[in-house]
Design a protein around this ligand. Structure first.
Ligand SMILES: [Zn+2]
Length: 321
């Protein structure tokens, strides 16, 4: 049987590139790209990705376990499913990226970056998703891209949803709550993330899931991700997942902090957690003459990171909806 994760980490073409069991047939498309199709016709398509950042290993391990169950025929499949391990080269070296952050490059933005493993891979993944979703006659299309955050967080599991002109389907948002997400963050402007790409180009209901803090392979306490894994298994096999947790809090992006020059200074400590609250008037960051100040009564910080390349996001400020 195909060991999708081991094969991807080994960087070799599997000896068998297609197969089937009593529930589904599968086809290995390329390194880290696997398509699974149920024998019966279904109305739903799902793109399930992890490892777009190579050091975010917990979701990769969860995804590998789910794929193993599907390939072993232990799990029924009620979706056409495209499974993606985003950045195999970075996964092998346990680095966020080899050259530059791939999750800023989607939607063709890779063309504006110097050519690298990541620009090539972003292009490859866009083609794979395009091909898979172009074949789709299904009415429901979801994309779940699983990550872990660099920092600790007041909400250990949360989702970030791309800006969208049409409203989100409440069934989708409610499933995200059942998958253990404690907060949902709604972007208000376009970005170069994988989920923005699938949402913008294919009208997919897309979410970037942030599941705890990044740890190396083998050092993850996967029990804290059980709720997400169980919800995924239930989703794939067409069962309703039990929702013990309360509905996630909702936030929207109030402002973005961008690093424009080497003079950039972020006025937060390295220990500042995601969703830390700052009162109105707080000076958050400075970049030459540009000052980033809290404008709402309270804003909450997300993804503070002063060490990004110039022109990229050094943090988001949120307000609660
Ligand atoms: Zn990530």
């Amino acid at each position: 049987m195909l060991d999708f994760l081991a094969q991807t980490l080994a960087g070799k073409v599997p000896t068998q590139t297609a197969g089937k069991n009593s529930h589904l047939r599968w086809q290995w498309w390329d390194e880290g790209i696997l398509a699974l199709t149920p024998h019966q016709s279904v109305e739903k398509t799902l793109v399930l990705s992890a490892g777009v950042h190579g050091n975010e290993t917990a979701p990769v391990e969860i995804l590998a376990q789910v794929v193993d169950s599907l390939l072993a025929g232990e799990l029924e499949l009620q979706w056409r499913l495209l499974v993606i391990l985003g950045n195999p080269a970075a996964l092998r070296s346990n680095q966020r990226f080899q050259h530059s952050d791939m999750n800023r490059m989607f939607g063709g933005r890779w063309q504006q970056f110097p050519e690298s493993i990541e620009t090539q891979r972003a292009c490859r993944l866009e083609h794979a998703v395009d091909l898979f979703l172009a074949e789709s006659e299904e009415t429901i299309c979801w994309h779940l891209d699983m990550h872990t955050a660099i920092r600790s967080s007041y909400h250990p599991r949360f989702g970030v949803l791309p800006a969208r002109t049409t409203p989100y389907d409440e069934a989708f948002l409610s499933w995200l709550g059942c998958a253990g997400l404690q907060a949902l963050v709604f972007h208000q402007s376009p970005g170069g993330t994988f989920t923005h790409f699938s949402s913008e180009h294919f009208n997919a209901l897309s979410c970037t899931l942030e599941l705890g803090k990044a740890q190396p392979f083998g050092e993850n306490d996967l029990s804290q991700f059980d709720v997400t894994k169980q919800a995924l298994q239930a989703l794939l096999s067409g069962e309703t997942s039990p929702c013990a947790e309360s509905a996630p809090l909702r936030y929207k992006v109030a402002q973005q902090i961008t690093r424009h020059s080497d003079a950039f200074v972020l006025h937060m400590s390295a220990q500042t957690q995601n969703f830390t609250a700052f009162p109105k008037g707080t000076l958050l960051a400075e970049d030459g003459d540009t000052r980033y100040v809290v404008k709402e009564d309270i804003e909450f910080v997300l993804f503070p990171n002063p060490n990004v390349a110039t022109g990229l996001r050094a943090g988001l400020m949120l307000r609660e909806i």
